[in-house]
Write a protein that binds this ligand. Structure first.
Ligand code: FAD
Ligand code: NAD
Length: 406
């Protein structure tokens, strides 16, 4: 094979880091590298809840692909992937077709809706820049509308967030900080606003350190968040949601329902016939699919098992970024004619969840617990370290969270 075609699908954490790693490892003569993405920008999914709440502008979250990818070495195609045919080694795009010798699938996640009635039609979810921007605008519109109504319309200023996993909690925390500003801007009495977090399980942040969970819940309750634990969202309609707790149903009226209760791999992967486990590909050690030696999967489209817990690792940006190192290394090996591929082992350096601009909780370096400002500084340091890896000091200065201490 002379000058093989390497095609990377998706410019999320896994896809763009694979491209950036490859452009460092390979010369343009070694392979034709093509990166395909829906937009001409990469976005930091881990900041989208801030964009959705309106506490951070989405232009801080997105990064122009041309600013980090060397177009002399990587051919960028802005298009939408429709399907993959691993047998004929082709990818169908909205506007054409690509053939590959090696493929990297990094198409990210979708909301898992678990077949809940009305969810797709009536709830929002935090998935990308477009959906985050829509949530921000929608909430603002309803706050603006409130004082124009002749009758009391509590549903306009009731915000419901489904799920108290990391996404739900981080989003609720941003909203809790944003609501006082919204109230001032739109002359809405703050004591009338309801911010409700509905969680099916008995606790928020299941499986996380209980002391840190308690800290987070106390902080959020102090800011007016109402938690409904052990409460399952059963249905969503135009009026709001139907929840169930202890076999009793309740209707909560709200025009602002945001579903943050779980994710699955991009459905294109399953629909293209790859073996999947709940929508994600159970990749081999070297991150190739079980059936195809020329297809790698990075990020949320892949699932890997944690041998200690015998459960899958939760899909995270941290793992997606690390996977991109292994995939780039393995591609370099294959292109150089070697079949000595490296196995992937995640190096989990900790988990830190933001609770707004200056507050957070986290466990780092195995078992060190962090609360409040020190956790928040750590979170921003993690974000800045990613930007440094992606685009160097210039990118950190342009897009980083440098306001760490205030
Ligand atoms: P993604 O980041 O989902 O990117 C996928 C890319 O593919 C996007 O650029 C998209 O535009 C593109 N794409 C999708 N479909 C197509 C198509 N059909 N055609 C062309 N392009 C397409 N993890 C952490 O480790 N730490 C955190 O603090 C953290 N915070 C989070 C906060 C929020 C609000 C959310 C939602 C998740 C958070 N996560 C966090 C999880 C983390 O964001 C994901 O695990 C990570 O984004 C997965 O990266 P990825 O490369 O698989 O894909
Ligand atoms: P998740 O699966 O971790 O949490 C979803 C929550 O929704 C669960 O607690 C679940 O019990 C609840 N739920 C499910 N169905 C429900 C229903 N019908 N009614 C009410 N509650 C329901 O999903 P997530 O929070 O979106 O996180 C996705 C991934 O992203 C995870 O791997 C997470 O670790 C990662 N993430 C990490 C961070 C961080 O590290 N700071 C932040 C955000 C997300």
């Amino acid at each position: 094979m002379n000058r093989p075609n390497i095609v990377i699908l998706g410019a999320g954490y896994g896809g763009i880091m694979t491209a950036v790693n490859l452009q460092k490892k390979m010369s343009a003569e070694e392979a034709n590298i093509t990166l395909v993405n829906k937009h001409d920008y990469h976005y930091q999914t881990t900041w989208l809840h801030e964009n959705a709440a309106g506490t951070l502008h989405h232009d801080r979250t997105r990064i122009s692909i041309k600013d980090v990818v060397d177009f002399n070495k990587v051919n960028f195609v802005q298009d939408t992937v429709q399907s993959i045919d691993p047998k004929s080694k082709t990818v169908k795009l909205e506007d054409g077709e690509l053939s590959y010798d090696y493929l990297v699938v990094g198409l990210g996640f979708e909301s898992a809706t678990f077949g809940i009635e009305g969810l797709k039609e009536h709830a929002f979810s935090i998935q990308n820049i477009n959906s985050a921007r829509l949530i921000r605008d929608h909430i603002e519109y309803n706050f603006a509308q409130y004082n124009l109504e002749k009758e009391e319309r509590q549903d306009l200023i009731t915000i419901i967030v489904g799920g108290a996993g990391f996404t739900g909690i981080e989003f609720v925390a941003e909203l809790a900080n944003r609501i006082p500003e919204l109230c001032q801007e739109y002359d809405v009495p703050k004591d009338k606003v309801r911010l409700i977090n509905v969680e099916a399980g008995p606790t928020a942040l299941a499986g996380f350190d209980p002391e840190l969970v308690e800290y987070a819940m106390n902080r959020l309750e102090e800011k007016g968040v109402e938690f409904k634990l052990g409460t399952m969202i059963k249905k969503v309609n135009e009026e709001g949601i139907i929840v169930e707790k202890d076999e009793e149903q309740e209707e909560i009226k709200s025009k602002n329902v945001i579903w943050a209760a779980g994710v699955t791999g991009n459905s294109i992967v399953q629909e293209s016939g790859f073996e999947t486990n709940r929508g994600r590909v159970p990749v081999r050690d070297d991150l190739r699919t079980p059936d195809y030696d020329d297809v790698f999967v990075v990020g949320d489209c892949a699932v890997i098992m944690n041998p200690d817990t015998e459960r899958p690792y939760p899909p995270t940006a941290q793992i997606a970024i690390q996977m991109a190192d292994t995939v780039a290394h393995n591609l370099k090996q294959l292109v150089s004619g070697s079949d000595k591929l490296e196995g992937f082992t995640p190096n989990i350096q900790g988990t830190v969840a933001s609770l707004g601009h200056t507050d957070a909780i986290g466990v780092v370096f195995d078992d060190k617990k962090l609360f409040g400002r020190s956790a928040s500084v750590m979170k921003k340091a993690i974000d800045n370290r990613y930007l440094l890896k992606l685009g160097g000091v210039g990118l950190v200065l342009k897009k980083g969270k440098l306001d760490m201490y205030h």
